[in-house]
Design a protein around this ligand. Structure first.
Ligand SMILES: NC(=O)CC(=O)C(=O)O
Length: 277
């Protein structure tokens, strides 16, 4: 097999409403534009792209796999001949609900799925309280998928705050990490850009974070600012807060060059990373 070293990756920073049909239509339109206008080989959607990010909506919007949303993504991936990392949706299995990302290849085949592993149970005084665990269950399995380009690690939003998980995916061979996410107007301005940059630098990967657009009418307003950082930590694309498609070139030769010139992954001292006193 000839290995392909470059790919064009687009993130669809879509406005999410409380109407699932409208959200699916919007996602489909934006994926088509990313492929037809920007030449994307891989398209990424945000966390909960068919459902407002709010516990009160998760049960009503939940779908068993394979449901209408996964069906739409699979057909579109096949028709357009692209990889789709389908953000995430509310998934129902038995009496449980998960925050789940489905990933499809160019034939429309499911390559993998990721259930959000770290639930966003936080209480920032005077700012924001959110308890995903009121409605959602936790996933327990890290996700690294194999594509024609490279291995890609996929995790969801709050998962990106846990460097152990990010490093694990890189040790599994991931050269791109993709995070469908929905930071908010408190944690977004405080941490979003720094986290993306530092995760790219310390793992020497392309780090891609996909947010919904800011919705002023929603109780939970996503921060937007979807971004792609390269393995040197430079942002090669970043959105504002509104609806937008961002696109960047992933160059695996460049990644290899960074890893050779600054061999962080080789220089790890796993023999001494133990506290012995
Ligand atoms: N919504 C999340 O899962 C995470 C988030 O907003 C944050 O970590 O901040």
């Amino acid at each position: 097999m000839i290995s392909v070293k470059k790919l064009t990756l687009s993130v669809c920073q879509m406005m999410v409403s409380d109407k699932k049909e409208d959200n699916l239509k919007k996602a489909e339109d934006m994926i088509r534009r990313a492929v037809n206008d920007d030449g994307a080989n891989l398209v990424v959607l945000p966390e909960m792209f068919n459902c407002p990010y709010n516990n009160s909506y998760f049960p009503g919007f939940a779908e068993e796999y394979p449901g209408p949303t996964a069906g739409m993504l699979s057909s579109l991936a096949k028709e357009l001949g692209v990889y789709i990392i389908g953000g995430s949706i509310s998934e129902r299995e038995g009496d449980k609900i998960y925050n789940t990302s489905y990933i499809f290849n160019q034939e429309g085949k499911l390559l993998g799925s990721h259930r959000k592993m770290h639930l966003f149970d936080i209480d920032i005084e005077g700012e924001i309280t959110f308890k995903e665990s009121e409605t959602l269950g936790r996933g327990n399995i890290p996700t690294v998928i194999e594509t024609d380009f490279c291995k890609i690690g996929v995790a969801i939003c709050y998962d990106m705050r846990f460097p152990e998980l990010m490093r694990l995916m890189v040790l599994e061979g991931a050269e791109i990490i993709v995070i469908p996410a929905a930071f908010n107007m408190t944690t977004g301005p405080a941490h979003w850009k720094d986290l993306i940059k530092v995760r790219a630098i310390d793992n020497q990967v392309y780090f891609v974070a996909a947010s919904p657009a800011r919705n002023m009418k929603a109780s939970y307003q996503p921060y937007g600012h979807s971004a792609i950082a390269n393995p040197w930590g430079d942002f090669i694309a970043m959105a504002g807060e509104g609806e937008e498609i961002i696109t960047g070139e992933i160059d695996l030769d460049y990644l290899e060059k960074i890893r050779q010139q600054l061999p962080l992954l080789k220089h790890r001292r796993t023999d001494v990373y133990h506290i012995t006193y």
